[in-house]
Design a binder for this molecule. Sequence first.
Ligand SMILES: NC(=O)C1=CN([C@@H]2O[C@H](COP(=O)(O)OP(=O)(O)OC[C@H]3O[C@@H](n4cnc5c(N)ncnc54)[C@H](OP(=O)(O)O)[C@@H]3O)[C@@H](O)[C@H]2O)C=CC1
Ligand SMILES: O=CC(=O)O
Length: 310
Amino acid sequence: MDFGMERLHKAGIDVTVWEEDRNLTPEELVAHCQKVDGLLNVGMNQLNRELMAACPNLKVISLHSVGYDHVDLEAAKELGIKVGNTPGVLTNATADTAFLLIQSVARNAFYLNHQILEDNWKASQEIENFGIELRGKTLGIFGLGSIGFALAKRCKAVFDMEIIYHNRGNNEEAEKLLGARRVELEELLAESDVISIHANLTTENTGIFNDEVFQQMKQSAIFINTARGGFHNELDLILALQKKHIWGAGLDVTNPEPMHADNPLLTMPHVCVLPHIGSATLETRTAMLDLAIDNLIAGLNGKPLKTELI
Ligand SMILES: NC(=O)C1=CN([C@@H]2O[C@H](COP(=O)(O)OP(=O)(O)OC[C@H]3O[C@@H](n4cnc5c(N)ncnc54)[C@H](OP(=O)(O)O)[C@@H]3O)[C@@H](O)[C@H]2O)C=CC1
Ligand SMILES: O=CC(=O)O
């Protein structure tokens, strides 16, 4: 796989690749990007005003993600820099990941797998290692947009779950197709057997899932976060699980990222953690890269981006 290099070269673009498998510090970003005309951002590098101001030629930022919480859109707009993301092409893969986590937590899958690794295969499981049924239960979605809708469809079709959601506006399609009901946050917390976050992270909703909120959830509830680690306070989540305020948790995103091997969440029962791989299938990542390259080339040529945020 050439990771789009041939297309970029054919378009006459001179490419510099940052090869290290980590996000760059703001200083490194400024040091490496000052002369660039376009940025294709894979990962969650913080693209802030200082960086944009330090890059006088920068015309376009093309994100290899649908989320854009790591980009100062206001600064980009003021500085005349176009920003594109990759909506739609990753919806199904990410909803599949949330669906996988819901089922893995409900059946205590990762914890029981650890027991085998510790040479502790039990012919007859203790009752506390049993799972819980999802059939007919209530799924509460915080942020029912593209991915939330795709997850709701799966949960309805496979487990006939009731769907409630908390958005700022109504999702009429989900209401019509799935009988989804829009509720206030308090009702979402009190009524849901599974709560799954699919909103965009903003300064207003950062840290919203904290101690107080976990205590308003059912003691039998499962908390799922495949959106951004910034939505939950990780210490509060650990305490909520330890104190049995909630039953389980499934995370594809952590706070902070990366999560380290000594994090208690990794060995707790009813907890499943993945390393931010929501969209990481070969097909989806290829489609994301194609779209991100389309956006980059369009921006460099002064044309509208296919999927333009600003
Ligand atoms: N783990 C991973 O690898 C991936 C993670 N993601 C994350 O998933 C997020 C969602 O993606 P996608 O479904 O495509 O986005 P959409 O824009 O389609 O959906 C977001 C939904 O969130 C709702 N929303 C926004 N703000 C709030 C709020 N404060 N309270 C309640 N609801 C809110 C919006 O509705 P309304 O405006 O009516 O409130 C909208 O329906 C991304 O921003 C990204 O962070 C995405 C892909 C992969
Ligand atoms: O986290 C991934 C994204 O696409 O957003």
